[in-house]
Design a protein around this ligand. Sequence first.
Ligand code: SAM
Length: 168
Amino acid sequence: MSEQRTTTRLDLFIDRMVSQRACLDAAIAKTAGRAEPVFELGLGNGRTFHHMRERIRDRDIYVFERAVASHPDSTPAEELTILGDVRDTLPAACSRFPVGASLIHADLGGHSREKNDMFARMVSPLVEPLLSVGGLMVSSDRMYFDALEEQPLPDGAVPGRCYIYQRI
Ligand code: SAM
């Protein structure tokens, strides 16, 4: 008799990490050579920032974070750190970056899927104008955009654990 296996929190965590890397690597490759900067929304420990900084050598990476508490190896330079709540800093960034970003990665959520979804609904219209034409947005949460189109996931990403959007 086969035993039904439940999905554990460890499974979900691993799926999220594997998906983040697969989606980021695909988005980095697809936006390589573009001139516009990259935005990291939510620094946390700095793991995804470190991955992006190691893989992206041709563009500045601006980090939006309300309180920097990252690993010392994964802390952005002060001039590339946009400190504050994204509800204030994203609207303010529109005049500073009129052409937008070539790649935006967002990992702003916590442990509650319900709260993350509410936050994603609120923050989507603030992120949308900051993506340049042809640019890609990678998110750990489903976003609610008007004009950006959801893209197929790359090999290795788990559906529902990461999302990719493009401004066509
Ligand atoms: N991707 C990161 C990593 O690999 O280490 C983890 C990011 S962590 C899950 C989420 C981060 O988003 C936290 O550092 C938190 O302070 C930040 N954050 C959440 N809501 C925010 C807000 N409204 N404004 C600015 N930063 C926020």
